[in-house]
Write a protein that binds this ligand. Structure first.
Ligand SMILES: C[S@@+](CC[C@H](N)C(=O)[O-])C[C@H]1O[C@@H](n2cnc3c(N)ncnc32)[C@H](O)[C@@H]1O
Length: 424
């Protein structure tokens, strides 16, 4: 199967340094061609040099990704690459600074640190949907807390939003299951610690750990699945779903019903089961007529299989790259955000995301007719995500990306002055 530059980009995971032989092994698993195809050599070019066409193509894509600033060589290590750290390119909002990046009739995207915005807001929130920075040993380009301070960081960032959460509102956190104890194939238990802290410190109740099964995840972790072989390849991320009032929770699965299978449709048409049976020591019983009642649709299971591929994101990335902006490397799929928003809120309610990145939460809220408010502290991401909203009603942006221009934010003194005039 052919592979693209995106496949090569997906093979690089945050915090990993990957040799070219590891890259080929990973691509081999991702694209499903046999081992021999990576070894066979053919003659190429006028010089009839013998080389493998797949490894040649992978290295060619590597150079494309390097020129886009997405991956970089690891200094001092021959043939070893990693995701570009790009730290110097990103403009973090100074403490206390927040500006409107763009807005629509339904929502407001702010450039600024969440802790300088949400403590000043008293608008009732129905849902906080976010993927916080992961607790990485080697942080991503946009930075993030280490594991020891992670629980405190998330609890203090969420506290002002939880104060404004309507009774029955939800907090949905898309976190990573793939954090490992240093030098060990054992997984970190930070999710368990975070869950207990949110219950104990913020009086939230855990409703579920919804599984987002992602078939597009690249095979890994390289060290523990491909090299030592002690782990299976990763395939999912949990969404921790909490509420402040379980009985009053706004969740309603009738807003996210899925079509019945053909088999179920046939069963309904024939008036249900025609046999009698007992399963699970009598816990489940089938009777003539069981499952024959017509219903509006199938209640989804709490395992959501959603891939990452999206034409909408490909277009937004192109706009950002043409404007000289970095793209975001850790986005939530739009379909996942739309599902959670429809399930957990009613149209018109307010959805917030304090760690917005490329503002998938805002876009999903916009498309499902909820109001939204988001904060992102990196100016380049706040600007780049604006192109995803161009067709939204009332769209107004402070960054002119449509004309392919991106102006760096004003200097901190100007921003402080503007900031004093910003009202919510
Ligand atoms: C995992 S990404 C979110 C991706 C997002 N869900 C999307 O689909 O694009 C986390 C984001 O939080 C931002 N961030 C980290 N700390 C922040 C803070 N204190 N205030 C606002 N944004 C922050 C980072 O810059 C990063 O873009």
């Amino acid at each position: 199967m052919p592979f693209t530059a995106s496949s090569v980009q997906a093979a690089y995971q945050p915090g990993e340094e990957i040799s070219n032989s590891d890259l080929y092994a990973r691509l081999e698993q991702m694209v499903g061609v046999g081992v021999s195809a990576w070894r066979d050599k053919s003659e190429v070019g006028k010089a009839r040099e013998r080389c493998n066409l797949l490894t040649r193509k992978a290295r060619w894509h590597q150079q494309t990704l390097r020129s886009l600033g997405l991956i970089e060589r690891v200094p001092g290590k021959r043939g070893v690459w990693r995701l570009a750290t790009g730290k110097s390119e990103l403009t973090h909002a100074a403490p206390g600074v927040h500006l409107v990046a763009y807005s629509t009739d339904l929502g407001l995207a702010l450039w600024g640190c969440c802790s300088s915005v949400f403590p000043r807001i008293d608008e009732p929130i129905a849902l906080v949907l976010t993927s916080p920075p992961y607790p990485l040993r080697k942080a991503r380009a946009y930075g993030g807390p280490g594991e020891s301070s992670y629980t405190d960081f998330i609890c203090s960032a969420l506290e002002p939003l939880v104060k404004n959460l309507l009774p029955g509102g939800s907090i949905a956190l898309n976190v990573s299951n793939d954090c490992f104890v240093t030098g060990s194939p054992a997984r970190s238990t930070y999710i368990e610690k975070l869950t207990l802290a949110l219950e104990e410190r913020l009086s939230l109740s855990l409703m579920d750990r919804i599984v987002w099964q992602n078939p597009s995840k690249p095979p890994g972790p390289m060290q523990w699945a491909s090299k030592s072989r002690q782990q299976l390849c990763v395939g999912y991320e949990p969404v921790l779903w909490f509420t402040n009032d379980p009985k009053a929770c706004f969740a309603d699965n009738r807003r996210v019903l899925q079509p019945h299978s053909d088999r179920q449709k046939r069963l309904i048409a024939q008036g249900g089961e025609s046999r009698s049976a007992d399963y699970g020591d009598g816990a489940y019983k089938l009777r003539p007529g069981s499952y024959g009642r017509p219903t509006e649709g199938r209640i989804p299971r709490n395992v959501l299989q959603i891939g990452h591929a999206s034409q909408e994101v490909v277009r937004a990335r192109r706009v950002a790259q043409e404007a000289g902006l970095p793209t975001h490397g850790a986005m939530m799929p739009l379909r996942l955000a739309m599902f959670l928003i429809q399930f957990l809120t009613q149209p018109g309610q307010l959805v917030a995301d304090l760690f917005a990145g490329w503002n998938t939460t805002g876009l999903a809220a916009e498309l499902t007719e909820r109001r939204w408010m988001t904060t992102e502290r990196v100016a380049e991401y706040a600007a780049g995500s604006g192109s995803r909203f161009e067709s939204a009603v009332g769209f107004h942006t402070s960054f002119d990306l449509v004309a392919g221009k991106y102006c760096a934010p004003p200097n901190p003194d100007t921003i402080s002055m503007l900031n004093q005039q910003t009202t919510f």
